[in-house]
Design a protein around this ligand. Structure first.
Ligand code: PDD
Length: 287
């Protein structure tokens, strides 16, 4: 079966799916994206992802490429055509194709829409969660508006690559005060000695993660305390547990930060319990 990708109104074979060389996403990273998890035949937390897409588009004054209902139909169709029941669907919207010029093109320029989907192995992800991952801390090097989910991800790419080269799965951006911001593609959390979940407030310094929001719902349901405050790298290294969240990783225990093991170097029970509860609590839209 060949992979199918949606580009500007067409479903094409993935290898034939192309955008124009003067697409502003390609030339200026002038676009935004979303990644939704697909689990057991459902798109997870789609409403929240589309709400965040709406916000990203509005912050950059990019119009919706199709209306929201049509986009939902496209997401489901791409997932179906690729027979993805576990994996992810990716949405990218750019300001469209126009002669290269930094200023916005004319208002008649149509935004470009690309939707791809791919499968992943839920068992492999579970096995990884059973082992936990390492993170590498790096200085923050991104612009101030990381609350907008733009495709301009070069600092994230470089940080993740650096992490990989040291055997870590994720990089944590750390601000000038030594406070952890978030991962290259995940939000960062710790669990304190008294079992409180701590994550940085979702102001303009981080992306307001959708998985983060659902983990807060789970915590509320389980009577766990959540504190939205910054934590230092040192506090994280000495925390009872640490974990990261994203649509691609769900709740993933962190067992090492730089050279230091977190607690006994094994995934913590709170992180694993949050991971187990995730599917049930999340919003599920059938494909
Ligand atoms: N990344 N922070 C950053 C910088 C991210 O790129 C992401 C998601 C998150 C977590 O957000 P959410 O829970 O909504 O997935 C936090 C996606 C998965 C990616 O770039 O692949």
């Amino acid at each position: 079966m060949s992979r199918i990708t949606y580009v500007n109104g067409r479903y094409s074979r993935h290898r034939d799916a192309v955008v124009h060389v003067e697409d502003r996403g390609y030339q200026f990273a002038d676009g935004v994206y979303e990644v939704c998890e697909i689990a057991r035949g459902y798109i997870i937390d789609m409403t929240r992802h589309l709400d965040r897409l709406a916000r990203s588009l509005s912050e950059l004054q990019i119009a919706w490429p199709v209306d929201r209902d049509a986009l939902v139909a496209i997401l489901r169709e791409v997932a179906r055509r690729n027979r993805v029941s576990d994996g992810m669907v990716y949405i990218q919207v750019t300001r469209g194709v126009a002669r290269r010029d930094h200023v916005f093109p004319s208002a008649t320029t149509r935004p470009s829409l690309v939707v791809t989907a791919r499968s992943s192995d839920p068992q492999a992800a579970r096995a990884k969660a059973g082992e936990g991952v390492a993170v590498l801390t790096v200085p923050e090097s991104r612009w101030d508006r990381v609350d907008i989910k733009t495709v301009g991800l070069l600092p994230n790419v470089l940080a993740r690559q650096k992490a990989k080269e040291t055997g870590a799965a994720e990089a944590w951006f750390v601000d000038a005060d030594g406070i952890v911001k978030e991962g290259a593609a995940t939000n960062a959390w710790i669990v304190t000695a008294d079992g409180t979940l701590v994550t940085r407030p979702a102001d303009f310094g981080i992306l307001r993660g959708i998985t983060r929001a659902t983990v807060m719902d789970i915590a509320a349901g389980q009577g766990l305390k959540v504190e939205e405050r910054g934590f230092t790298v040192e506090e994280a290294k000495h925390a009872r547990e640490a974990f990261i969240t994203a649509a691609t990783t769900l709740v993933m225990p962190v067992v090492r930060i730089d050279e230091t093991s977190v607690a006994n170097g094994h995934p913590g029970s709170v992180s694993l319990a949050l991971r187990d509860a995730f599917f049930e609590t999340a919003e599920k839209t059938p494909i």
